[in-house]
Design a protein around this ligand. Structure first.
Ligand SMILES: *[C@@H]1O[C@H](CO)[C@@H](O)[C@H](O)[C@H]1NC(C)=O
Ligand SMILES: *[C@@H]1O[C@H](CO)[C@@H](O)[C@H](O)[C@H]1NC(C)=O
Ligand SMILES: *[C@@H]1O[C@H](CO)[C@@H](O)[C@H](O)[C@H]1NC(C)=O
Ligand SMILES: CC(=O)N[C@H]1CO[C@H](CO)[C@@H](O)[C@@H]1O
Length: 466
């Protein structure tokens, strides 16, 4: 028994180093806290006069409706959906994943959907976060992947009136954009028991920031097998990540899990529920999310995206917009990082790595017509080709936008996209890094949602009072 405890201790140590790796080495976070501090200082010393558009507070929560106007309550909410390693409102001591962008509008929601859970599970969670009630992952899915069918309870939905006549705007970063597409498809397929009325028209618009539509070669660099896009190489960064997460969840330290949560509670991996043998079983790869493949990395491989995309539609009454980021350029036929300045130092290496990625010649290509060159432009986490619009198995309607003023008369059912010079985390966590671009991008997203994107309401004769 004692031996188990010793190895548990060692594993805890490993976990700490993995956590550091996770939070630091991966996409988000390294300068976040420092950035937050310096921002707080800035706001103390200087007036926040740079963003004329920032509305005073309000964003915190729609408490009692104000006596004078209830305007904010009539607006459809804008829901910001985080990506991998992301978190919602209230985690990490109140740090904002979207770097405070939620304060730019009166009605913004920032759900917490777990940082490593699969796209499917996040979409289910997001539905109940909005509608309220206990998360139902679906009987078939939960049996297939070995987790509980029911999850956390949202006593109070964040937008219980949500329906076809009260549709929502979604803004997704990275994997969050794909989560929203999966949710829209579920609504169209009427996939929520007890809600037989759902439809694709519950979603008014989807805006993607560096969205992961088409998979990323990053997953192979970090340890997914390029053969199948489902299993992990035995020695890789992702294996460390797996060990760290299993132990984190097994130790189940309440305050730590409140602070940051990988979102695997429905797998019952706490020591209280599965004991030491359960942990060993998970570590050996016989149980848990990493064994069944119900976590986010398989969904971000090219193969995984193809599996998802094969049943995701672009719907005719929804507006779609996407910002693809790029931190590379081509010099004499070689794709290289576009500069060493203005890019996060951790991401520089990753941009370089991805621009040099070659699909192993002895492994079948993920799809017919695959070419390494198409996948070399990237932002350190995703390939630019993957972020513009969904392309596989069939390409969805799209239109490139150069200047935001081209977007005044948007049509639904078409992916408008814009390519932005920036790395994968430019528009999250630390707004100082993006500078003026930060305000430009979020202001235009919120302005579009509020002014240019609406659905014509059929005019009922007796409502015309002229
Ligand atoms: C997880 O634990 C709950 C009770 O705490 C139980 O209802 C559920 O069936 C368990 N799920 C799995 C997959 O073991
Ligand atoms: C479904 O929608 C119709 C009208 O759109 C409404 O009358 C009905 O009550 C709804 N059913 C449920 C279960 O919400
Ligand atoms: C957009 O285009 C208009 C005219 O084509 C130009 O005047 C304006 O400066 C452009 N805006 C930006 C941000 O490039
Ligand atoms: C996995 C996937 O969706 N791949 C597509 C990404 O984009 C290229 C270029 O259009 C397509 O050919 C791929 O099929």
């Amino acid at each position: 028994m004692i031996r188990w405890w010793i190895s548990a201790l060692q594993l805890t140590e490993l976990f700490v180093s993995t956590l550091v790796h996770l939070l630091y080495g991966f996409y988000i976070f390294s300068s976040a806290v420092a950035g937050d501090l310096s921002q707080a200082l800035n706001e103390l010393v200087f007036k926040p006069n740079t963003n004329a558009v920032v509305k005073e507070e309000e964003a915190g929560g729609t408490s009692a409706p104000a006596a004078t106007t209830t305007n904010a309550d009539d607006l459809p909410p804008i829901v910001l959906v985080h990506g991998i390693f992301g978190f919602g409102k209230g985690r990490l001591g109140g740090l904002s994943y979207f770097a405070g962008a939620e304060k730019k509008d009166e009605r913004v929601l920032v759900p917490d959907l777990g940082s490593l859970t699969s796209i499917y599970d996040r979409a289910r969670e997001l539905f109940y976060y909005l509608k309220g009630g206990q998360v139902d992952y679906g009987e078939e899915h939960s049996k297939a992947y070995g987790h509980s069918q029911f999850g956390r309870v949202y006593e109070q939905g964040h937008y219980p009136e949500w329906d076809e006549d009260h549709p929502i705007h979604f803004v997704g970063h990275s994997a969050g954009a794909q989560v929203v597409r999966v949710l829209q498809q579920m609504l169209a397929d009427k996939a929520f028991k007890g809600y037989e009325n759902t439809s694709e028209d519950w979603v008014l618009s989807i805006t993607s920031l560096s969205g992961a539509f088409n998979g990323t070669t990053r997953t192979y660099l970090d340890g997914m097998h390029p053969e199948d896009g489902r299993t992990m190489k035995p020695i890789s960064l992702l294996q460390f990540c797996r060990l760290g997460v299993l132990i984190y969840d097994w130790l189940d330290i309440p305050w730590l899990k409140d602070y940051y949560n990988f979102g695997f509670d429905h797998f019952n991996m706490s020591w209280k529920k599965m004991g030491v043998w359960g942990l060993i079983d998970c570590l050996l790869g016989n149980a848990g999310p990493f064994a069944s493949g119900d976590w986010i990395l398989p969904d971000l491989t090219i193969q995984g995206s193809m599996r998802l995309n094969s049943h995701l539609q672009t719907f005719p009454n929804t507006y779609y917009f996407s910002y693809a980021t790029k931190r590379t350029r081509t010099i004499m036929g070689y794709t290289v990082p576009s500069s060493i300045f203005g890019i996060h130092p951790m991401l520089f290496i990753r941009v370089l790595q991805m621009s040099q990625w070659r699909h192993p010649p002895d492994v079948p290509a993920p799809y017919k017509g695959y070419r390494d060159e198409d996948w070399q432009d990237n932002d350190g986490a995703l390939n630019t080709i993957s972020m513009t619009h969904p392309r596989l198995p069939i390409e969805h309607p799209c239109k490139m936008v150069v200047n935001d003023s081209d977007c005044r008369h948007l049509q639904p059912g078409i992916w408008y996209y814009k390519i932005v010079e920036g790395d994968h985390i430019l528009f999250i966590v630390n707004r100082e890094r993006a500078g003026v671009q930060f305000d430009l991008i979020y202001d235009s997203i919120f302005e579009r949602c509020r002014k240019h994107v609406f659905r014509r309401v059929p005019t009922v004769p007796n409502e015309i009072q002229q």
